[in-house]
Structures are given as structure tokens and as C-alpha cells.
Unconditional design. Structure first.
Length: 80
């Protein structure tokens, strides 16, 4: 599995498990780079996927935040 997909999967698990709550800010790109030992572009690719899935919102100049509320199908998945 490519690094961006591993990172996407890890962040998705944190969101769906409730470890990252709706409205909560994700760590910075730099922090994610260090945490997952990947390049900035790889982090950006992971964030793009999460945004396309409706799991995060990106506010330019402020950062990425867990979507509030999560998409309905994701809320159901979270409760399982």
C-alpha cells in the first residue's frame, strides 16, 4: 500500500473511532510528516482523499478539521 494510502487509512480510523472528534483540527502537515515519516506532498495527497470522502474540511490558512457533522454513512460506520 502506498504511503499516502496508509496515512489516509490511519487518519480515517482516528476519525471514525472518535479519537479525532468533529470540528477538531488535524495535526499540521509538518507534524503529520514527522509522525508518519513521509513527505509533505504525501500528506497533502492523504488529506485530499479524506476531503473527497467528506471526512475533513480544509480552511485555507487555518488547517484541516474533522467534518462536523460527519457524512451520514460515516456516522453509521463509527458506531460499529
Amino acid at each position: 500500500m502506498p504511503p499516502y494510502q496508509r496515512t489516509t487509512a490511519a487518519l480515517r480510523r482516528q476519525i471514525l473511532s472518535g479519537q479525532l472528534q468533529p470540528g477538531e483540527q488535524l495535526p499540521s502537515v509538518r507534524s503529520l510528516q514527522e509522525q508518519y515519516a513521509i513527505a509533505g506532498g504525501t500528506v497533502q495527497a492523504a488529506l485530499r482523499l479524506l476531503r473527497a470522502e467528506g471526512l475533513i474540511d480544509v480552511v485555507h490558512g487555518r488547517g484541516s478539521f474533522v467534518a462536523a457533522p460527519l457524512p451520514p454513512q460515516r456516522q453509521t460506520s463509527q458506531r460499529r
